[in-house]
Design a protein around this ligand. Sequence first.
Ligand code: FES
Ligand SMILES: [Fe+2]
Length: 343
Amino acid sequence: MQPDSFIRNTWYVAGRAGDFGAQLTPLTLLGEAVVFFRRPDGSLAALEDACPHRKLPLSMGRLEGDRVVCGYHGLTFDGSGTCVAAPTQEGAVPKRARVASYPVVERYGLVWIWMGAQGAADPGLILDIPEYDNPGWGKTALGALPIDCHYLWIADNLLDPSHVAWVHVTSFAGAGTDNQPLEITEEGERLVVWRWIHDRPAPPYYAPLLGWRGNSDRKQHYECRLPGIAINMSVYAPAGSGGQGHDIPPGAFINISYNFLTPVDQDRSLYFWFQHRNSRPEDAEMSERMFAGATMAFNEDKAVLEAVHRGMKAPRNPALNLGLDAGALRFRRMVERRIAAEG
Ligand code: FES
Ligand SMILES: [Fe+2]
């Protein structure tokens, strides 16, 4: 069920812009050791974190301006991975002395890294967030949560509108989240599990955010795109005005949770997210409340997913699938097809 490799020709989120500065910051991504640093001009570099001489992590050396000096014998590399000094070699740089460098792009306050084929890193492939610069939309802060599980367990969770009824009792749960039928839409490299739930009270997380009292029509739109971007949209409209199908009625409250999953290795993942809403953009107190509520809920997921990972890694007998897994299983096949196509 879990592919043993990762999609490579894609952009992954390595962290938030503020997580990186003028110091050597090591991370493991897709099973590879990478070291990040900011040059004096503020631009970011990402290099293979292993000196070509004795494979000491370059992150154990020191940063001198825009160069990394190995902490064992001083081989020195610039941000492109080129060896620019070899003090023990009387200044002559050995031909094979270079390290891989990875393209990085900063967008939406996030740092995106390309760990695939050299020369194929097109920033145009980074997710488009349509209303990101729309001043009518409000945002929460960016959240970051390491989770000790394979990243596809998180993708499964983010394609599963049912779990909220049991995992998020005090936040996202609500009448109908346990048993209303789910629809699945697959288009290219995106998969959506969705449903409308009509004429029910809004759950605790959303009720204070809505501009009306009484029941709501609620749409849960749980979308995943390759490699591991989950777009979870919640739509609320006064009962009776909600849509069928994919229609969103005018005047609806929309909150989109953008979630970015990055494999550390087969057993660990990084999870970054923010929430984006179509109302009260200047309301900082609302942004903070939404951030705190979502952080609490995502920690509930973390506890479940880390235990699921341990349970599914060495099950005593085969695991059962339920109807609610249909979307997640299709997304896993999409991932497997892409990995096979990358060869
Ligand atoms: S291990 Fe880096 S220079 Fe020797
Ligand atoms: Fe959840």
